[in-house]
Each structure stands twice: as structure tokens, then as C-alpha cells.
Design a protein around this ligand. Structure first.
Ligand code: PMP
Length: 361
């Protein structure tokens, strides 16, 4: 087995080992075609099967009802920051956002190009360490928007807010899609850059309720309408075939591991193990997120001084624990423990953190 480290990067992030192994095996000769998936036409029957299966896996794993379209797009989640308002805006109606961090702010900035934005709740007053409670969206909004998990701050909605029936709720799930069982019907739109919890960078998953596809103004550039991609099953233009193929392999692993229900159990165990270290450290490790808002995916914490944090990151590296430096806007450390991170990886990190505390307190 090739030497691998435990990779805690926030994204691109660790992928399922078996998916990588399978990709390696098929790299030069995919399915007896004598070609790599990277070399095959996106119109070929071989690629078409991959494409359909990737979408099927999303649908079955997340139990997405038939009235939703599954799209594979390019441009990252950042492109959806403007495609959401562009496709959902309605003349004279405000767009309502919850501001739970840097990615929410970026989404809000893009929406403002299209009209009035109401920020109905925010946790900026406490450096985004919590998810606002009792969020109320009006029934006059064109749509509402939230960020499911705040990658930088390590906070996550435990229970998603409700909107009235006529107000579609859009959610940026870039860093928590498929981390737990959800009811997709709570949302009109779900989007996620693939590079954290689905597969490699290069493709963005968009799940959108079909009845919303006609909202977009006719004089919108073709590529910017979800409808264009929905009508052509995400093959209007050349799809990012390799990235979608990798997503398919990774999602097959999720399925083999028992689906999202089982993944959620493991995710809860993994997160609990790390939060226990923080909570039992007598303040040596200080968690950034309030307990009731803690993320299953990104565990953020600080040590007494930046020097100690630097030492911790450096020594972790010597233990093959990579990618633990926190985002510059929060500082400290962050362990991203997405679906592909194993229990063993988290155990290795837990052991290291306990030992580091013993040697440095
Ligand atoms: N939203 C969230 C919650 C993210 O964590 C990120 C990436 N870190 C983005 C959006 C931006 O994604 P992309 O780089 O795919 O545009």
C-alpha cells in the first residue's frame, strides 16, 4: 500500500482510498475502451453510463424526489452565489439571507447585484461562533438563502429553518452535503462544490426543484440558466467528465459503507471524539464554535498562543497529520473530518492532541 498521511485539509480534501485505487486501476484503460475516462467523448455511451450513475447515486443516497433535477456544473459554489439570485429573483421582492460567515457574506454580495437583500439574521457579532436561533423569513421574499455549514468557523445548522410554502429555501451545502440524513424537501435548491464531501474539485452539484426552472428571465445568458443544464441532463456543453467520474467512485464507496445513515453515525462518532478532547482539556484547547452549533465536518479550536498553535501544527505534521492550520480569519487549528476521513484518522489525531497537551501544559 502506498504511504498515505491523514489529511485534514478543508478542501480539496481527503478522498475514499478505494475510490482512488479504482481510478488508478482504470486510469489507462477504462471499461475495456483502451482509453482513460479523461480521453473519452462526453457524448460516448461509456461516459454516459458514468454520468447517469453519478446522478443516480446522488438521488438514491440523498433520497431526492423525482421533482428535483440533479445538475453537475462548473465554476464552483462561488458561481452559484450569483446563479441562485439570477435564477430565483422576482421583481419587487427582496431576497433574504442569513449571514453565518465568510461564505454567506460572499453569497450576499453577489445577490446585491440583482436587487434588495435583507439579512434576516447574523452571527457576525461573535465572530460567527454560532448559528442564529429562531430565524424568521418573511412570506414576501423571492427566496431565502442559508449556508449549511460554515467551513471556516466550524458551525453547522443542527435544524434547518423553515420558510413559508411560497418562499423557496436555497442552501449552500458545500462543506456538509451528505454528512447526515436530511429531508431534501425542506429545500428548493441545494448546491455544493464537490471538493469537500463528494469528490475532487472541478464540479459543483446543484439540486433544484423543477418548478423553479421557469422563473429565470428569458434574456439571461444561456449557460447561466439552470434550465439549460436541466433540459440537457448537464450535457449542454462538455461536462467535467473526470471530476464526475471521481464523484461516482466516491459515492459508490458511501453506498458500500451503508449509505448516509451509516456515514452519519460514523461522522457523529468522529466529531464527538475530537470535541471530547477539547472539552476535557481544561482550556488547553479552546473550541471556536458554541456547543449547540458545532459542525460535524470542521472542528475549529485555538491554543493559548499563536506560537503554541504553530508548534502543534508542525509536530502534527511529523505524525503524518496534515492540513490542521486554521483559516487565517479565525486562526488556530481546524480539523476537517469529511465523510472520507476514517475513524482511524481521527483516532490518530486524538492521540496526538492528548500527547501534545501532556507535553506542553
Ligand atoms: N461555500 C462554502 C461553505 C465553502 O466552504 C466554499 C469553499 N471553501 C465555497 C462556498 C466556495 O466554493 P468554490 O471554491 O467551489 O467556489
Amino acid at each position: 500500500m502506498t504511504k498515505r498521511v491523514y489529511n485534514f485539509y478543508a478542501g480539496p480534501a481527503t478522498l475514499q482510498y478505494k475510490a482512488l485505487e479504482r481510478a488508478q486501476k482504470e486510469l489507462l484503460n477504462f471499461n475495456n475502451t483502451g482509453m482513460s475516462v479523461m480521453e473519452i467523448s462526453h457524448r460516448s455511451k461509456e461516459y454516459d453510463a458514468v454520468h447517469k450513475e453519478a446522478s443516480n447515486l446522488v438521488r438514491t443516497l440523498m433520497r431526492i424526489p423525482d421533482e428535483y433535477k440533479i445538475l453537475w456544473l462548473q465554476g464552483g459554489a462561488s458561481t452559484q452565489f450569483y446563479m441562485v439570485p439570477l435564477n430565483l429573483q422576482q421583481k419587487g421582492k427582496p431576497m433574504e439571507y442569513v449571514n453565518t460567515g465568510a461564505w454567506s457574506k460572499k453569497a450576499i454580495k453577489e445577490a446585491k447585484f440583482y436587487g434588495d437583500v435583507n439579512v434576516v439574521a447574523s452571527s457576525e457579532d461573535e465572530n460567527f461562533s454560532y448559528i442564529p436561533k429562531n430565524v424568521n423569513f418573511s412570506d414576501k421574499a423571492a427566496f431565502a438563502h442559508i449556508t449549511g455549514n460554515n467551513t471556516i468557523y466550524g458551525t453547522e445548522w443542527q435544524e434547518y429553518p423553515k420558510t413559508s410554502d411560497n418562499v423557496p429555501l436555497a442552501c449552500d451545502m458545500s462543506s456538509n452535503i451528505m454528512d447526515r440524513v436530511i429531508d431534501p424537501k425542506q429545500f428548493a435548491v441545494i448546491y455544493a462544490g464537490a471538493q469537500k464531501n463528494i469528490g475532487p474539485a472541478g464540479v459543483t452539484l446543484v439540486i433544484v426543484r423543477e418548478d423553479l426552472l421557469d422563473r429565470v428571465s428569458e434574456n439571461t445568458p444561456t449557460m447561466q440558466k439552470w434550465k439549460t443544464h436541466a433540459e440537457k441532463d448537464s450535457l449542454f456543453n462538455t461536462a467535467p467528465c473526470w471530476a464526475i467520474y471521481m464523484c461516482k467512485l466516491c459515492l459508490e464507496e458511501v453506498k458500500n459503507l451503508g449509505g448516509i445513515k451509516e456515514i452519519e453515525k460514523t461522522n457523529r462518532k468522529k466529531a464527538q471524539m475530537l470535541y471530547d478532547v477539547i472539552d476535557k482539556s481544561n482550556g488547553f484547547y479552546k473550541g471556536h464554535a458554541k456547543k449547540d452549533s458545532r459542525s460535524l465536518m470542521n472542528v475549529t479550536f485555538n491554543l493559548e498562543t499563536p506560537e503554541l498553535e504553530e508548534k502543534c501544527v508542525k509536530e502534527a505534521l511529523e505524525h503524518n497529520l496534515v492540513g490542521l492550520k486554521g483559516h487565517r480569519s479565525v486562526g488556530g487549528m481546524r480539523a476537517s473530518i469529511y465523510n472520507a476521513m476514517t475513524l482511524e484518522g481521527v483516532k490518530a489525531l486524538v492521540d496526538f492532541l492528548k500527547e501534545f497537551q501532556e507535553n506542553n501544559s
